[in-house]
Design a protein around this ligand. Structure first.
Ligand code: 3PG
Length: 308
């Protein structure tokens, strides 16, 4: 049984060592494809893989077709929009994620980004404080919850909206106010932290109307996905509202234009780094390896995201 770890953005060394221990300890072979520059390398590497661990690496129908032995794909992370679920399901391949394992790293980055923007991107000049401001959390899942709790600890008023969380106790337990609509969320949030996944329903859903409804001086913080932003709407909102700011961990397709037009009001990390901590790599990598062993040894399909 061969387990391939294919990571264009590699895990920390300790995480790879841990994955190896789990995989080889179960009697399987581990293959590594890191920092690959061309998709052809991935296509070649999956040819004899029974299991695949990836991060944001794109597992397309082409990749699946090139992997005749493949039985399971684990996305070591939360969002699985990089995996072609229809193609995998069509072949009976189980797809899993590792929910929660890298959430704290992403939540800490979201908080750091708020402070970074509040302090003029650490350049000279008078900034502002986040204490006392309203933080809106769009989607109250694993990352959203952690950002909410951290916001509370920093003295912010925290409000949240999540159409899939119906129990008000989930919000109340964190001292977070639940708002009843996405429109209300944006209308009251000085900082808006995005935690929605990229799906056909959310793609391009954050645009001009929501952004221009935000309070004066508001900042949109995106540690989720670039696809959820209507970039044309974002551009228009930033043009019309000279007080708005946008900070993202996933550069927009139009990022060079945003940088040029809006200067210090926008910022994108050079490469997605939300989950780039030793701790998150270790948590997500080991969970992925354990889930694969559990699947092969006990048929465990917990965390499968393509159940019929
Ligand atoms: C996730 O969905 O878990 C995050 O976006 C992290 O992605 P990465 O593993 O590519 O850093």
């Amino acid at each position: 049984m061969k387990v391939l770890v294919a990571t264009e953005k590699p895990f920390a060394k300790k995480a790879v060592e841990g994955i190896r221990e789990i995989v080889e300890g179960a009697g399987y072979e581990l293959a590594l494809l890191e920092k690959y520059a061309d998709r052809s390398e991935l296509l070649a590497a999956v040819a004899d893989a029974d299991a695949l661990i990836v991060r944001s690496d794109k597992v397309t129908a082409e990749v699946i077709a090139a992997a005749p032995n493949l039985k399971i794909v684990v996305r070591a992370g939360a969002g699985y929009d990089n995996v072609d679920l229809a193609a995998a399901s069509g072949r009976g391949i189980v797809v899993m994620n590792t929910p929660g394992q890298n959430s704290n790293a992403v939540a800490e980055l979201a908080v750091a980004m708020m402070i970074f923007m509040a302090r003029n991107r650490f350049t000279p000049g008078t900034g502002s404080e986040i204490q006392g401001k309203t933080l809106g959390i769009h989607a109250y899942g694993n990352v959203g919850r952690l950002v909410g709790r951290k916001g509370k600890a920093l003295g912010m008023r925290v409000v949240a909206y999540d159409p899939f969380v119906s129990d008000p106790q989930v919000f109340a337990a964190d001292g977070v106010e639940q708002v009843s609509s996405v429109e209300e969320l944006y209308r009251v949030s000085d900082y808006l932290s995005l935690h929605i996944p990229a799906t056909p329903q959310t793609t391009g859903s954050i645009g001009y109307e929501l952004l221009t409804s935000m309070p004066k001086g508001a900042t949109l913080v995106n540690t989720a996905r670039k696809e959820v932003i209507d970039e044309e709407g974002l551009m228009r909102a930033l043009t019309e509202r000279e007080d708005l700011k946008y900070v993202t961990d996933i550069a927009a397709a139009v990022q060079p234009e945003l940088d040029e037009k809006f200067g210090k009001r926008v910022f994108a990390t050079a490469k997605k780094m939300g989950a780039e901590t030793a701790e998150a790599n270790l948590n997500a990598g080991l969970a992925a390896a354990r889930q694969i062993v559990g699947f092969f040894t006990d048929g465990c399909t917990r965390f499968q995201v393509n159940k019929a």
